[in-house]
Design a protein around this ligand. Structure first.
Ligand SMILES: NC(=O)C1=CN([C@@H]2O[C@H](COP(=O)(O)OP(=O)(O)OC[C@H]3O[C@@H](n4cnc5c(N)ncnc54)[C@H](O)[C@@H]3O)[C@@H](O)[C@H]2O)C=CC1
Ligand SMILES: O=C(O)[C@@H]1CCC=N1
Length: 264
């Protein structure tokens, strides 16, 4: 259990990301349902109705007053409509593009964490990097670690600009990987393979690839090198993709996403 029985409030906690984080927190067993508050625009959260101990409200001020830690999880476009004053609270954001300075200016908080996560948190499979303001205490860090470890894997970073790149890369799940999968399924159909067979094959491929890459010490680059060195059919395909500079296309897309985050 968390060393202190703190209350955690998620503003936007019934949305795609907020509900995934709330689910992860509740599933971890480290934080009791009665310690969790959720606010949204309706004051209703059917997804948590079965957990009657979770507090649901449409009043963000009520949530802030009741909680020791506030997690901001609304669309960046909605952030200007968030009028909370939380000078003595730990405030964490998972909003794309909203900086630590913007968080502090709007909320009055000084103990600030800017993180990124993903809806995979509901399966404890998210990657959640985070950066903290200097005022964040060791106890705050303990709570942040508990929450983000409940969501999956996490690292503290020390260059805030990296959060925009993680927003691009690891925020969307399945995200850009779905485009690769779609490209393979479309290719299969162009070769005359039935759509439902192509779909089943590609889903199984990505399940296997993700599972195998998550296990063991080999990094993606190691797998690519091994296949090219094997000099078989896959090597021919990889060589063609590398000559077409597929990595540059992927990087350009990720930079476009990161630039969009910066624009919020
Ligand atoms: N959906 C995703 O895959 C990811 C989303 N994010 C970030 O998470 C944040 C939330 O995005 P989503 O969950 O996708 O949005 P969403 O639209 O699914 O949910 C937004 C939630 O915020 C609530 N909300 C909006 N304005 C509010 C207000 N003034 N007061 C209280 N609650 C309010 C809504 O009622 C809703 O529950 C965004 O900043 C986004 O950049 C980050 C990574 C992945
Ligand atoms: O696409 C988006 O804007 C959200 C933020 C990061 C991932 N998904």
């Amino acid at each position: 259990m968390v060393s202190t029985a703190i209350n955690i409030g998620i503003i936007g906690g019934s949305g795609m990301l907020g509900s995934a984080i709330a689910t992860a927190i509740l599933a971890s067993g480290n934080i009791a349902p009665a310690q969790v508050w959720i606010s949204n625009t309706s004051g209703q959260a059917p997804g948590f109705a079965l957990n009657s101990s979770v507090h649901i409200t449409k009043d963000n001020g009520t949530l802030v007053d009741a909680c020791d830690m506030v997690i901001l999880c609304v669309p960046p476009a909605a952030f200007p409509e968030i009028h909370i004053h939380a000078p003595d609270k730990l405030v964490m954001s998972v909003m794309a593009g909203v900086t630590l300075d913007q968080l502090g200016a709007r909320t009055g908080a000084v103990r600030l964490v800017r993180a990124m996560s993903s809806p995979a948190a509901s399966l404890a499979l998210a990657y959640s990097p985070w950066i903290a303001s200097p005022e964040v205490t060791s106890s705050d860090r303990h709570i942040v670690q508990i929450i983000l470890e409940a969501c999956g894997k996490t690292d503290e970073v020390f260059d805030e600009s990296q959060l925009d790149h993680f927003t691009a890369m690891t925020g969307p799940v399945p995200g850009f990987v779905a485009l690769f999968a779609q490209s393979m399924a479309d290719h299969a159909e162009r070769q005359g393979i039935a759509p439902e067979v192509a779909d089943r094959a590609v889903r199984q491929l990505f399940l296997a690839a993700g599972t195998m890459m998550a296990a063991g010490a080999a990094r993606p680059a190691d797998h690519v090198r091994e296949m090219i060195d094997y000099a078989g059919t896959t090597a021919a395909g990889l060589t063609a993709m590398l000559e077409a500079d597929l990595p540059k296309s992927i990087s350009d897309g990720l930079l476009a996403a990161a630039d969009k985050a910066k624009s919020f």
